[in-house]
Design a protein around this ligand. Structure first.
Ligand code: SF4
Length: 358
């Protein structure tokens, strides 16, 4: 494709209209021409989000690291791991509430025999103690796992979770939504169509979810475009995604780390910018993960397409096990300082992107 001006790129993007398919020629051109890509992603970011960059005060609770899975990118699973008691979970939520958290994010390994009832009990105990706390819990893989353990279909599992207080779900376990890649990196995990099925079922029941992408391992650029097309097409159908979170692969202590070379800073920044362009205008919240990227690179990403920095977390085990150097907690003041340093306006939000006045 010949060189294209900024306005031609924008016109081509607008011509993609309401199709799930991306204009792959345009995406390839932008990838090879980072100045065009950054210029377009920045314009789109500013047209959707102005100068605002958001964050949420939340706490991650990884309630177990025991898992029957064998994902090759995972350093979190342990065969002799822990399962938190209800009391321990409530104590952690209490500490989070005292620090102003509006969200508890619950995710764990696939511990053998964990039923729908077990997962619902955690939600119920939290909702009864913290009725105003938003419960953002359980990936599509966990929904499938609990459904299998209980011998019920995923609709029934989702209904029970919703009735027990589930407010929204993380769109994790997506990893890279191309089955040939999944066969290598997470062969036992649910397939692309199973992930999409559970996400659409949740959206149809009024349970919003995030969407995510684990990149920078063995996938090709075209695989990344295929992943973005799956996300774009679900959003066109349901409108149930609140955001898109980019998760660069952290290779330490993982089997996959031995055969892959993780993305460098420029590639990470380009990927955030490309996601902004590829998902425009259907998903307008593009999140840069400070835990995966590090604060400095996440700060740069908000200048070139990302408009959200995720949560305070207070407890982060999954990336840390894989060698992330970031701490477990980033305070609201640190978010404010980082965002201001990059010339943007810091804004606290809730899980559903409603603004919270400090
Ligand atoms: S990524 Fe999740 S499902 Fe896969 S092995 Fe790790 S804990 Fe288990």
């Amino acid at each position: 494709m010949k060189a294209l001006s900024d306005s031609t790129c924008e016109d081509m993007l607008n011509d993609s209209g309401d199709r799930a398919e991306l204009n792959r020629d345009l995406m390839r051109f932008l990838w090879r021409n980072p100045m065009r890509l950054f210029s377009l992603s920045r314009r789109l970011q500013e047209s959707c989000c102005g100068r605002e960059v958001t964050y949420v005060i939340n706490r991650n609770i990884n309630f177990t690291n025991i898992c029957v899975g064998r994902c090759r990118f995972c350093a979190f699973r342990k065969s002799d791991g822990y399962i938190l008691t209800h009391e321990e979970i409530v104590q952690r939520a209490k500490e989070a509430e005292q620090l102003g958290a509006t969200e508890i994010c619950l995710q764990g390994g696939l511990a053998p025999g964990l039923t729908v009832e077990d997962y619902c009990e955690i939600l119920e105990v939290l909702k009864s103690n913290f009725p105003r706390m938003h419960l953002h819990a359980y990936s599509p893989m966990e929904v499938m796992h609990m459904s299998r353990c209980s011998g019920v279909d995923v609709h029934e599992a989702l209904r029970s979770l919703r009735d027990s207080g589930l407010d929204s779900m993380p769109g994790t376990a997506a990893e890279l939504l191309v089955d040939s890649v999944r066969k290598v990196i997470c062969p036992e995990k649910l397939s692309t169509s199973e992930w999409s099925f559970i996400i659409k079922a949740a959206h149809a029941m009024g349970i919003p979810t995030t969407s995510t992408m684990l990149y920078g391992h063995i996938e090709s650029f075209e695989d990344r475009l295929s992943h973005l097309e799956v996300i774009r097409s679900i959003q066109l159908e349901t409108g149930g995604f609140t955001e898109f979170v980019l998760l660069p692969f952290v290779p330490g202590n993982t089997e996959l780390g031995r055969i892959s070379s993780p993305p460098d800073i420029l590639e990470n920044l380009k990927m955030h910018a490309l996601a902004r362009v590829a998902l425009h205008p259907y998903i307008t919240n593009i999140q840069a993960s400070w835990v995966k990227l590090g604060r400095e690179v996440a700060g740069a990403a908000i200048e070139w397409g990302a408009n959200d920095l995720g949560g305070t977390l207070m407890e982060e085990n999954i990336s840390r096990c894989a060698g992330s150097k970031e701490g477990q907690y980033m305070s609201p003041d640190e978010f404010q300082d980082l965002i201001k340093k990059h010339g943007r306006v810091p804004t606290q939000r809730d899980t559903l992107y409603r603004r919270i006045l400090r």
